[in-house]
Design a protein around this ligand. Structure first.
Ligand code: CO8
Length: 369
C-alpha cells in the first residue's frame, strides 16, 4: 500500500494587517473612556481603574507584531471592541463555509486534483459556526464532492486531530483522498476589551489534501495524539447560555485563559510528546529539518524546540514563526507555518505539532516524497 501524504495546502486570510500600535491605541482609548465614565466608582474603590496595554509588552510576551481581522474597523472602534457578524440562516453560505471554500480551492489547485477525486471532507475548528447541519457538509455540497463530511472540535488541536482522522479513514480503506478544512475565525470569540488577551488572536483558514500516494508532497510517518483535561483555556459559549439560570454577560462567555499556567504546563508536555514520538520512530531530533509548531507564543516555541534539541540556540529557519504576522490562529497555526515554509528536499523530515486548549496535543512526523 502507498503511504498517505499531504499533497496540497491552501490558506485564506483577510488582506489588511492590524499592527500592535493599532490594537494598543484602540484599547487605551477604550480604557481612558471607561475610567472617565466610571470615575466616581473608581474613586470610591467600588471598581478598579483599568490599566493601559503596551506595544512593548505584547511583543516581549508573545512575539506577535500584526494580525489580520475579519472586521478591523469595529474590532478597534473603542465604542464597539468587537467585530460585527450576523446571525446566519439558510439564505446564504455561512462565513466558515465561505473562507473554507477559498482555502480548499487553493489546496486543490496545489494538489492538482478536482472535486470528483475527493472522497470526504473533515472540518476541524476551535469554534463551530452553528450546531448543525455540519459546515463540512455545506462545503461538500458547494464544491460538488461525493462521499461524506463532518465537523469536529478539539480546541487548539482541531487541525492536527482532523488530519489524523483523515489518515485513519484512508488507512481503513473508506477513502483515498480527503479534504481537511480548518477555519479559525477567532475574533468574534475574543474580548478586545480584556488587556490580557486583546492582542493575541487573528482570523484565518487552512485547507489540506491528504491522499494515498508516494508521488508528491509529504508522507505522514507517524501520528501522536495526547489530551489532558485543563480549565486553563476555556470558552463557555454554548446553546445552554440562553436558558441558564445563572446568566452571564456575553464577555464572560468568551475565551479566557491562565496564560502563565498554560505556558508552564504545556511546554514540557509538548517537548516530551515530540521526543517520545521521535524516539519511537528511531529519529534523532537533529534529523528534523522543520518544526511547524502551534503559533500561540514565540517564547513557547523557542522553549519547546530548545527542550527537544537540547540546545539554547534558536533558529527561526528551523521553527518558523508566522504568528509574528498573523497572530495566534488557534488550531490553524501549525499548518499555516507548514504552508508558508515547506521547502524541504526529498527525504527530509519535519514535525507538525499543535498544542493548547483541552489540553490537546497533536503531532505528525512527515517526510518529503
Ligand atoms: N499590556 C501591558 N501589560 C500587560 C498586558 C498588556 N496587554 N497584559 C498583561 N499585562 C501585565 C500583567 O498585568 C502582569 O502584570 P503584573 O506582573 O504587575 O501582575 C504582567 O503584564 C505579566 O502578565 P502575564 O503573567 O499574563 O504575562 P506573560 O508573560 O505570562 O504573557 C501571555 C502573557 C502572552 C498570555 C503568555 O502567558 C502566553 O502566551 N501563555 C501561553 C498562552 C497560550 O499558549 N495559550 C493558548 C492560546 S489558546 C489557543 O491557541 C486556541 C484557543 C482557541 C481560540 C480562542 C479564540 C478567541
Amino acid at each position: 500500500m502507498n503511504d498517505i501524504s499531504i499533497i496540497g495546502t491552501g490558506l485564506w486570510y483577510p488582506d489588511e494587517l492590524t499592527t500592535n500600535k493599532e490594537v494598543v491605541d484602540s484599547y487605551n482609548t477604550y480604557v481612558d473612556n471607561f475610567n472617565k465614565e466610571n470615575a466616581s466608582l473608581i474613586e470610591s474603590e467600588s471598581i478598579k481603574a483599568k490599566a493601559h496595554s503596551s506595544e512593548e509588552f505584547i511583543l516581549k510576551a508573545s512575539g506577535i507584531k500584526t494580525r489580520r481581522l475579519i472586521d478591523k474597523k469595529n474590532s478597534l472602534d473603542p465604542t464597539m471592541m468587537r467585530p460585527i457578524t450576523k446571525n446566519e440562516d439558510a439564505s446564504e453560505l455561512s462565513l466558515l463555509a465561505r473562507v473554507g471554500i477559498e482555502a480548499a480551492k487553493k489546496a486543490m489547485a496545489k494538489a492538482n486534483i478536482t472535486a470528483d477525486q475527493i472522497d470526504g471532507v473533515i472540518l476541524g475548528t476551535s469554534h463551530s459556526g452553528r450546531n448543525y447541519p455540519a459546515v463540512a457538509i455545506e462545503i461538500q455540497e458547494e464544491l460538488g464532492i461525493d462521499g461524506y463530511a463532518y465537523d469536529m472540535l478539539v480546541g487548539c488541536s482541531s487541525t492536527t486531530f482532523a488530519l489524523s482522522n483523515a489518515f485513519t479513514d484512508i488507512v481503513s480503506g473508506m477513502a483515498k483522498t480527503i479534504l481537511v478544512i480548518n477555519p479559525e475565525i477567532t475574533t468574534p470569540g475574543l474580548n478586545f476589551s480584556n488587556r490580557d488577551v486583546h492582542f493575541i488572536f487573528g482570523d484565518g483558514c487552512v485547507a489540506t489534501i491528504l491522499q494515498q500516494t508516494n508521488e508528491s508532497g509529504f508522507k505522514i510517518i507517524d501520528r501522536k495524539l495526547v489530551t489532558k483535561f485543563s480549565n486553563n483555556i476555556r470558552s463557555d459559549l454554548s446553546y445552554l447560555n440562553r436558558t441558564a439560570s445563572n446568566q452571564k454577560t456575553p464577555e464572560e462567555l468568551l475565551f479566557y485563559q491562565n496564560g502563565r499556567s498554560v505556558f508552564k504546563e504545556v511546554c514540557p508536555l509538548v517537548a516530551k510528546t515530540i521526543l517520545e514520538q521521535l524516539n519511537k520512530n528511531n529519529i534523532k531530533p537533529d534529523e528534523i529539518s522543520k518544526f511547524w509548531l502551534h503559533q500561540a507564543n514565540g517564547k513557547m516555541i523557542r522553549l519547546i524546540v530548545s527542550k527537544v534539541l537540547g540546545t539554547d540556540s534558536f533558529d527561526e529557519e528551523l521553527a518558523p514563526l508566522p504568528m509574528k504576522d498573523f497572530g495566534n490562529l488557534a488550531s490553524a497555526g501549525s499548518m499555516f507555518a507548514f504552508d508558508l515554509y515547506n521547502d524541504l528536499s526529498k527525504g527530509e523530515k519535519g514535525v507538525i505539532c499543535s498544542f493548547g486548549a483541552g489540553y490537546s496535543i497533536g503531532s505528525l512526523i512527515v517526510e518529503k516524497n
